[in-house]
Write a protein that binds this ligand. Structure first.
Ligand code: 13P
Length: 248
C-alpha cells in the first residue's frame, strides 16, 4: 500500500495573522483520514505553523531550501534550520523555482541529496511545459527531469514523494484530464522500473498537481497510479482544501 498525501503549497501567500487563521480553521475541520495532510506556508511562518499544529495530524512542509550545510549564502535557508524547527518535509523542483529562479537538474540534484542526507523527506516536483506536450515530447522531458532522483541510492527512495505538475496546468484553471494524469503516472512508474526497480516503482507515492479543485479532485484521485495531490490555489481556502482531502 502506498501512502496517500494531500499537500497544500501556499507559495508566497498569507501573512502571519492570515496563516494562523487558516491553520486554525484547517485543524478544526480536518477529517479523519488515512491520508497524510500537509501544508507548506512561507519560510517566515514555518516555526509558528509547527507550534500551532503540534496537536494536529496536519504536517508542515517547507517550499524550498539551499543545498549547502551553512555559510555565505545571503537570504537562503539550510536543511538543518528546517529540521531544527520541526520541519520534516521539503518541496524541491517546483516549476516556479525552475522557471523563475533558474533551478536546473544539476542544482536540484544537490538539493535533493542534501535534504535526504539530513533526514528530510522530499516532495520532488517536475512536469512538462505546454510546447513539450504539443510537440509530443512530454514523456521524454519528464524522464529527463526524473534523472535527478534516478541517481539516488536505493535507500533514499523511502524519503521521496514525486509530484507530477504539468506546467500548463499550474494556476491556469486548466487541469490535465484524469486520463492524461493516469497515463503520465503510469509512465513514471514504468521509467522507475527500468532505471531503478519495480519494487521502488510500486511503492513510491506520486502526486498530481495543477488546478486540482474540489470539483475535479475525486475523478483525478480515482486513477490507480495517482496517490494524491499537490494543491496550489485551492489550498488557500479551508473549505476547498478540506473538500480535496475528503475526495482522497
Ligand atoms: P494550482 O493548484 O494553483 O494550479 O497550483 C499547483 C501547484 O503549483 C502546486 O505546487
Amino acid at each position: 500500500m502506498r501512502s496517500k498525501i494531500v499537500a497544500g503549497n501556499w507559495k508566497m501567500n498569507k501573512t502571519m495573522a492570515q496563516t494562523e487563521t487558516l491553520l486554525g480553521e484547517l485543524a478544526a475541520k480536518v477529517p479523519d483520514t488515512d491520508a497524510e495532510v500537509i501544508v507548506a506556508p512561507t519560510f517566515v511562518n514555518l516555526a509558528a505553523a509547527v507550534n500551532q499544529l503540534e496537536a494536529s495530524v496536519i504536517q508542515v512542509s517547507a517550499q524550498n531550501m539551499h543545498y549547502a550545510e551553512n555559510g555565505a549564502f545571503t537570504g537562503e535557508i539550510s536543511a538543518d534550520m528546517l529540521l531544527d524547527i520541526g520541519i520534516g518535509t521539503v518541496i524541491l523542483g517546483h516549476s516556479e523555482r525552475r522557471s523563475l529562479f533558474g533551478e536546473d537538474s544539476a542544482l536540484l540534484s544537490k538539493k535533493v541529496h542534501t535534504a535526504i542526507e539530513k533526514g528530510l523527506r522530499v516532495i520532488f516536483c517536475f512536469g512538462e511545459e505546454l510546447e513539450d506536450r504539443k510537440s509530443g515530447n512530454h514523456f521524454k522531458v519528464v524522464e529527463e527531469q526524473l534523472k535527478v532522483v534516478f541517481d539516488l541510492p536505493l535507500a533514499s527512495w523511502k524519503h521521496i514523494v514525486l509530484a507530477y505538475e504539468p506546467v500548463w496546468a499550474i494556476g491556469t484553471g486548466e487541469t490535465a484530464s484524469p486520463d492524461q494524469a493516469q497515463e503520465m503516472h503510469a509512465f513514471i512508474r514504468k521509467a522507475i522500473t527500468s532505471s531503478v526497480n519495480k519494487e521502488v516503482a510500486d511503492k513510491v507515492t506520486i502526486l498530481y498537481g495543477g488546478s486540482v479543485k474540489p470539483n475535479n479532485a475525486q475523478e483525478i484521485f480515482s486513477k490507480p497510479d495517482v496517490d494524491g495531490g499537490l494543491i496550489g490555489g485551492a489550498s488557500l481556502k479551508c473549505d476547498d482544501f478540506m473538500a480535496i482531502v475528503k475526495a482522497l
